[in-house]
Design a protein around this ligand. Structure first.
Ligand SMILES: Nc1ncnc2c1ncn2[C@@H]1O[C@H](COP(=O)(O)OP(=O)(O)OP(=O)(O)O)[C@@H](O)[C@H]1O
Ligand SMILES: [Mg+2]
Length: 324
């Protein structure tokens, strides 16, 4: 077996790191990170979520806010400061670990500004450096990026192998995408392996072909003609979204809950009124399942192409192998 250089080892460890990025707020970054992570873990893949948000909505979607697991981002901040491996909170779901975000991440921006002045853009590689030693414990790692904050998203873009970009089909969403495309190109200067896994339309209320074609054209323009787009769209389902954050449950967990709850007429007869879970959860869970399959298929195709290009042992392992 050929010996690997440190850089190759780093690349190998980070081969399944997917940054979920869009500078625009409210386009589904956190919902997609939580639901894909939860679905993959439920299917038996060891999965890690890294939350780079000060608001830490991932804690709401997965229901661990203010629990012992929730360190408000202190662990992530300490790892970056000391250059020591990240220490995730284990098993927020079976096989699903999290590096928490939160208020402590506010300190990260001034630290990075100072490091950038001294070391230049290579300072952004620090997140990859502290992630690489633990990344091989997982089959997929998702980084949930914040809106607007360039420095924290730049950290993610320097660590990731792939970008998954959710967008809405409205004009505002498509403008945010153009900004990401520019920062994506800049990040490739220090992380040449960074690739666009795909763009996913989020919260769509329409199946209109014209709207989807317009979004596709905008994606093409933003990424210079290379614009893989996932076929699956995540439908607009406000009540399911509210149930999810209120209860700290993922769409596929709400799906089970909706199926198990008593019929509505029995609820009406009862004196105890508990809010009902919207039955739309099943459809939303189905969207995330379909997106998960597409993501794994895209990873597998890319890794297969890489193995064919470089037949030595430096390419990533098969992402769709039976889960451990
Ligand atoms: N399928 C859905 N349909 C409608 N609304 C949804 C759906 N899924 C999630 N939402 C809601 O949309 C809002 C934005 O979602 P989310 O937090 O995932 O986006 P985001 O890109 O992470 O936002 P931010 O940039 O603020 O971090 C949230 O209030 C969430 O509850
Ligand atoms: Mg978010």
């Amino acid at each position: 077996m050929a010996e690997r250089s440190t850089d190759q080892e780093r690349d190998f460890a980070l081969a399944r790191v997917i940054a979920i990025v869009n500078d625009k707020g409210g386009v589904g970054k956190t919902s997609i990170a939580a639901n894909l992570g939860g679905q993959f873990a439920g299917a038996g893949y060891r999965c890690l979520l890294i939350d780079l948000n000060r608001q830490a909505n991932l804690a709401d979607d997965l229901g661990y806010r203010d629990s012992d697991a929730d360190d408000q981002g202190a662990g992530l901040l300490n790892s970056v400061l000391a250059g020591t491996p990240l220490v995730p909170a284990s098993d927020v779901r079976p096989k699903l670990d999290v590096v928490c975000g939160g208020a402590r991440l506010e300190d990260l921006t001034p630290i990075m500004v100072s490091r950038l002045q001294h070391r230049g853009r290579r300072a952004f590689r620090v997140l990859g450096d502290v992630l690489a030693p633990i990344a091989t414990d997982y089959e997929v790692v998702f980084i949930d990026c914040p809106p607007e904050s360039t420095i924290l998203s730049d950290l993610a873009l320097a660590a990731a192998r792939w970008v998954l970009m959710p967008t809405k089909s409205d004009v505002g969403g498509l403008v945010g995408m153009t900004l990401v495309a520019e920062r994506f190109a800049l990040a490739q200067e220090i992380n040449p392996r960074l690739g666009l896994l795909g763009v996913v339309l989020f919260g769509t209320g329409t199946r209109s072909r014209a709207v989807h074609a317009e979004a596709r054209a905008a994606i093409d323009r933003a990424f210079g003609g290379h614009s893989p787009r996932f076929e699956t769209t995540i439908r607009h389902a406000e009540r399911t979204a509210q149930d999810a954050r209120r209860l700290g449950k993922l769409a596929h967990e709400l799906e089970l809950e909706a199926a198990a709850q008593p019929a509505w007429w029995e609820t009406l007869r009862s004196d105890v009124r508990t809010p009902r879970v919207s039955a739309t959860a099943a459809s939303v869970a189905g969207d995330y399942r379909a997106l998960g399959v597409e993501v794994l298929t895209a990873l597998q195709a890319a890794e297969e192409a890489e193995r064919t290009d470089s037949p030595d042992d430096t390419a990533a392992p098969d992402s769709t192998a039976a889960p451990a």
